[in-house]
Design a binder for this molecule. Structure first.
Ligand code: SAM
Length: 229
């Protein structure tokens, strides 16, 4: 399928599929969306950034995070940068069946937009799959090349970033079967965050046992969901 790199409203790039009219991130701002959904309502659920006053549910100084769709590595990069601000140790697992190409990595501008060292972003992509790599003092990464329905982890994550393509184009990824796997993978009281606020998604989450909260969405979206085990 044809893929192209486009610039979103906040100046950060993303990958767009013209045939699907779908992209890796919101056209209203890739970095803005990632920060709002996964950091503000995910990572900050567990701790407070020194740059922003946020609600703290349960401060933890060590977190285990699963990302559903490693993709461009944007969420991983922002989480790494945020782990420094929070002084929180993060063990990050990114699952991805279709890694992006080296040309695509080169075409993404997240390092300059986030004022971070390009070598860090490149390293996220260069490191081998299936092995644990210490990327910074506080941030380790395991990239797993597999399909989401092959995830069989039990009780190991505090937080899941659920960032699959939308239910409009990949409805099979927003089902009870997948959310049951996510529920099982979380530790007790762990949370899953996603940009989607669809009623069918919320009901699928509830039917496997999640307690689901609607939260204000990122620019261009009224609501998003956070589901707690
Ligand atoms: C919305 S994009 C992820 C964006 C990513 N979190 C980022 O920050 O760039 C969804 C990702 O899921 C991957 N994907 C789609 N279907 C999958 C499947 N069944 N199993 C594993 N990965 C899949 C895609 O290749 C894509 O990278």
């Amino acid at each position: 399928m044809k893929r192209e790199i486009i610039t979103t409203a906040d100046g950060s790039k993303t990958i767009h599929f013209p045939e699907w009219n779908e992209q890796y991130h919101s056209k209203h701002g890739a970095i803005q969306e990632a920060y709002h959904v996964f950091i503000k309502h995910g990572l900050h659920y567990y701790g407070q950034s020194i740059t922003e006053t946020v609600h703290i549910e349960e401060p933890l100084n060590q977190l285990s995070i699963l990302e559903i769709g490693f993709g461009t590595g944007l969420n991983a990069l922002i989480t790494l940068l945020e782990s420094e601000k929070l002084q929180t140790k993060v063990d990050y697992v990114g699952v991805e069946a279709y890694p992006i190409s080296q040309d695509e990595v080169s075409g993404l501008n997240y390092s300059s937009e986030l004022n971070s060292d390009r070598l860090i972003f490149d390293k996220l992509h260069e490191v081998s799959w299936e092995e644990k790599h210490q990327i910074s003092d506080l941030f380790s990464l395991i990239k797993q090349k597999k399909f989401f329905n092959e995830i069989n982890d039990k009780d190991i994550y505090n937080l899941i970033y659920f960032d699959a393509f939308g239910a409009r184009v990949q409805p099979e990824l927003w089902t009870e079967d997948i959310f049951k796997k996510m529920y099982d993978a979380l530790k007790e009281s762990g949370v899953l965050v996603t940009y989607s606020a669809k009623g069918s998604v919320r009901r699928a989450m509830q039917s496997v046992g999640f307690t689901v909260e609607k939260l204000p969405g990122p620019p261009g979206k009224r609501e998003m969901l956070r589901a707690a085990k």
